[in-house]
Write a protein of this length. Structure first.
Length: 84
């Protein structure tokens, strides 16, 4: 199987994980919500930076997909509506 397809399938697991973290960390989100925003911004910064670095392709794809994964999880945890 193509490694890129496996990476995209792994990236899709970030969506349910973000909602799961939002559900189980409702108390912590009141205190540390700004850190999820910082984490999301930092992962976008690393993503953009890794696209312009002249490094080996496999290292670059590892940086891109890990940054996307962390960015998606923190974005969903930060911006999803509050649970009641």
């Amino acid at each position: 199987m193509n490694p890129l397809i496996i990476a995209f399938i792994g990236l899709l697991t970030a969506i349910p994980l973000g909602y799961f973290l939002k559900r189980i960390t409702s108390e912590e989100m009141k205190i540390g919500k700004k850190y999820f925003l910082y984490l999301s911004g930092f992962s976008i910064f690393v993503l953009i930076l890794s696209l312009f670095l002249s490094i080996e392709y496999s290292v670059k794809m590892t940086l891109v997909f890990s940054s996307l994964y962390v960015g998606i999880v923190s974005f969903i945890s930060y911006y999803s509506p509050k649970n009641k």
